[in-house]
Design a protein around this ligand. Structure first.
Ligand code: ADP
Ligand code: ZN
Length: 814
């Protein structure tokens, strides 16, 4: 009752509110009366007087069927169409189709096909329903049944339109039918001597051609045309001219496709002499037993870095593959290094391994996807979205570093890959292995309550101890030295000793840029982004100050924007400044920095890491980019330059994140018999997360943290939804937020759901939008899905003067 009242109060047609079950309602499913989709104008459409164009009783042709279609964009519910007999044979649930939508056409996915009689039975008038125009999947349905089911589940759990989930399931290149581009390789067509002579001849008149020849000479091997042109700043014309002169040859090659790479197959290369530790053995036995049972089981594989988790994954996958089933491995994008991929390829390559990293072109991704679809691939490795890989014999899903926030998708559909993996494994009767050194509180509680079984790897494989961690209080350091320090004396000494021993150091700092706060010493004015209300960061190398949220850039100010005084102070420490400081402090050390400013190309990432591995770098400075998955035996010192960056975030997960990050980064040290140590600089030396990480006390930390979460009613004890309301006009957005809260309070009055807010979001303004949020705490996910998935979700989308986004199980509270 309250629903109807609320909905009519905001101008929503009451008929829309009557949808309680899966059965279609006439008004919802009429293909003739779609709500305006974004980008579709509201101008009068063909819907005027449809009854006159077609007699009301008109029957559909024989053999025609009713087809329900979820549109990729613009409509929360599927629409009803019909398909003539010739088309029906090509349609299956999951098939992509082109349909009329108002005056235009739209792309959607068939979600149901039924006899026409059922159409009349619902009271829909066949004469008013439009036919499907054509299928877009002529070579067979792209969305396979288990993925369609999974999409339905996601749509419900995360309160988003089924069409938008399906749109995210297929790679763009697959939809377009993209082919991987042919790569053009440039060779020298004449001996080096002749090439050199030719380069001299054309040096004056055709400097670009000359540059190309010199580059070829320098490389001494065929070069990719794109790289050659980039490095010489020449264009295609230069290549053509050289081709004509017969100096170079061009040949095209297909990018290595998975089928080609693995058709021959290599025997698995198990590292010689590797016998499993007792803990690994028992973990593998439990997983093997579950795989043999062929039923869904979930495991939490908890083991410190270097405890041999990956070895357990590899064996579990091998077991699944040997019984004819397939594997899926999800890793955080950042951990999807060539190193990781190579380990899986080496061991499982003969079964076909597809690595879906984010640097693939659309065409390459499409080729990989098609290889998977054809059934030739045994194991898919990728980030979050690899969950949707069309594997039909899935036997084992691995999520490595399951605690990572990146498993949550931050745009529609806002799903949590860990939860979706549970569902996919359940539906496929597959085994799910969640691995981490510091499992999320969600998984820790799941293990406590029996939803998954904990498998513990308590020690590093070679028995190395976890490195001792020393906490350095920066307040004391500053007081004792009577100045403001970036590097404490203890850390400076430790680095110096490490370099002297010929060993390597990692310095971790989770902030990019040079200075992070820019303030006028005269009037106190701090530089902020006008669009985002966030302090600007200076980048000296690029000679700009920039907003890390919206990307706004401007020249570094010399005088105060407010009072015009010259003395501007650049405070705060980013990686760029840290590098500067480190080079000054250790002038003889070889220093490199890895952050998203220096690592703009994938090549530079690989190059820097291999230089580090080869011992050509003494001190590696970096952000998150270096926190994970790297295994460098010669790293004996890790310095965490500022542990506090995440702790100040107004987010109930900030302690959990800090603990995980400190543990993770510490794990980079002491991975060989040389041992290692970790120094943590902090202004909060008494913080429980910092203290627990210093003692590697995971159990102590989560017991404490779980208690707090239960007391305050936060996940994993409750399920949270965050409604973010944003608008350009602050007053209107604020009013909309209040209205939304009222709607939600009305709808949850006599339920255990709790509505908090509205309040200003911690980032109250971003990209020119004023932001407010409302939190809903619920005892179950089901209750939230029920609340937002129904008419309520759509009512909230129609707020005046603001737009609202529902985020179920939000990872960011900013
Ligand atoms: P994790 O994934 O827990 O960080 P890994 O599986 O990567 O650990 O193991 C760390 C290193 O130890 C790897 O080089 C791996 O090959 C090696 N390793 C794993 N298990 C064993 C074992 N039982 N005996 C010897 N070395 C092992
Ligand atoms: Zn900004």
């Amino acid at each position: 009752v309250s629903f109807l009242f609320i909905l009519s109060a905001i101008g929503y047609a009451p008929a829309m509110a009557r949808r309680g079950n899966q059965d279609p309602e006439p008004d919802l499913f009429s293909g003739l009366e779609p709500p305006p989709a974004p980008g579709v104008s509201n101008a009068p459409t063909a819907r005027t007087a449809p009854h006159e164009r077609m007699p009301k009783t008109s029957a559909l042709p024989p053999g025609a069927k009713r087809v329900d279609v979820a549109l990729e964009r613009g409509a929360p519910e599927p629409f009803t169409y019909w398909a003539p007999a010739v088309l029906v044979t090509q349609l299956l649930p999951g098939t992509r189709v082109l349909v009329p939508l108002g005056p235009r056409t739209a792309i959607g996915y068939v979600v149901a096909i039924e006899e026409v009689e059922t159409l009349q039975a619902t009271g829909l008038d066949p004469g008013r329903i439009k036919p499907v125009i054509k299928t877009l999947d002529e070579d067979g349905t792209l969305v396979i049944p288990p993925i369609l089911d999974l999409a339905r589940w996601i749509a419900r759990q995360y309160a988003c339109p089924l069409g938008s989930v399906l749109a995210a399931v297929l790679p763009a290149g697959v939809k377009r039918g993209a082919e991987a581009a042919r790569l053009r390789m440039i060779n020298a067509a004449v001996p080096a001597e002749a090439l050199r002579a030719a380069a001299e001849v054309c040096a004056k008149k055709a400097p670009k051609q000359s540059a190309v020849l010199h580059a070829l000479l320098a490389a001494g091997e065929p070069i990719l045309a794109t790289e050659l042109l980039k490095s010489t700043e020449a264009n295609d014309a230069a290549l053509k001219a050289l081709l004509k002169k017969g100096l170079i040859a061009i040949h095209e090659k297909a990018p290595v496709t998975l089928a080609e790479a693995y058709a021959q197959g290599t025997e698995p290369t198990v590292p010689s002499g590797l016998t499993l530790t007792a803990a690994q053995e028992s973990a593998c036995a439990s997983i093997r037993e579950a795989l043999a049972g062929g039923r869904h089981r979930a495991f939490l594989l908890q083991g410190v870095t270097g405890s041999g988790k990956t070895e357990v994954y590899l064996r579990a996958l091998a077991t699944a593959l040997e019984t004819g089933r397939q594997g899926l491995v999800l890793v955080p994008e950042i951990a999807l290094t060539p190193q990781t991929a190579a380990r899986f390829e080496e061991r499982l390559g003969r079964h076909g391994v597809a690595v879906l990293h984010s640097h693939l072109t659309d065409g390459e991704r499409a080729e990989a996807w098609r290889a998977v679809r054809s059934g030739r691939i045994g194991v898919v490795i990728g980030a979050r979205s690899a969950l949707f890989a069309p594997l039909e014999r899935l036997g084992c899903i691995v999520i490595d570093e399951e605690h990572e926030g990146t498993f949550k998708q931050e745009s529609t559909p806002r799903y949590q890959a860990r939860e979706v993996a549970y569902e996919r494994a359940r539906a496929a009767g597959a085994v799910l292995i969640l691995g981490s050194a510091t499992p999320s509180l969600e998984s820790a509680l799941a293990a406590q309550s029996g939803r998954c079984q904990r498998l513990l790897l308590p020690e590093r494989v070679r028995g190395q101890k976890l490195p001792p961690v020393e906490i350095v209080s920066m307040t004391e350091e500053n007081r004792d030295t009577n100045r403001y320090n970036y590097l404490a004396r203890a850390l400076v000494t430790a680095v110096r000793e490490t370099v002297a021993r010929g060993e390597q150091t990692i310095l971790f700092l989770n902030r990019r840029g040079y200075a992070t706060v820019i303030t006028c010493l005269r009037c106190g004015h701090t530089e902020r982004c006008a669009q985002c209300d966030i302090t600007l960061t200076s980048h000296r190398e690029r000679e700009i100050v920039t907003c890390h949220y919206c990307g706004m850039e401007k020249p570094i100010p010399e005088t105060c924007a407010e009072c015009g005084a010259p003395g501007i102070k650049f405070w705060g420490l980013g990686t760029e400044r840290l590098e500067h400081q480190v080079r000054q402090t250790f002038p003889d050390a070889r220093v490199a920095r890895m952050d998203s400013d220096t690592m703009t190309r994938r090549v530079s990432y690989v190059e820097t890491l291999s230089a580090f591995r080869a011992g050509q770098i003494d001190i590696l400075i970096g952000t998150q980019m270096i926190a994970k998955g790297l295994d460098f035996p010669n790293v004996t010192l890790v310095g965490i330059v500022l542990a506090d960056t995440a702790l100040h975030m107004p987010d109930f997960r900030s302690r959990e994140r800090t603990f995980q990050l400190l543990e993770q980064v510490s794990g980079r040290a002491g991975r060989s018999e040389k041992g290692g140590r970790v120094l943590v600089q902090t202004y909060l030396p008494k913080d429980p997360a910092v203290l627990a990480a210093a003692q590697h006390d995971y159990q102590g930390f989560i017991e404490n943290e779980l208690r707090e979460r239960r007391t305050y009613g936060y996940p994993p004890y409750t399920r949270l939804a965050r409604l973010l309301i944003r608008g350009k006009d602050g007053a209107k957005a604020s009013a909309a937020a209040r209205e939304a809260a009222e709607i939600l309070r009305g709808a949850t009055q006599s339920s255990p759901l709790q509505v908090l807010g509205p309040s200003n979001a911690p980032l109250a303004m971003l990209e020119g939008f004023h932001r407010f949020h409302i939190l809903v705490k619920s005892p179950t996910g089901e209750a939230l899905a029920g609340l937002f998935g129904g008419p309520m979700g759509r009512a909230l989308e129609r707020l005046k003067g603001a737009d609202a986004t529902v985020d179920i199980d939000p990872q960011s509270m900013l």
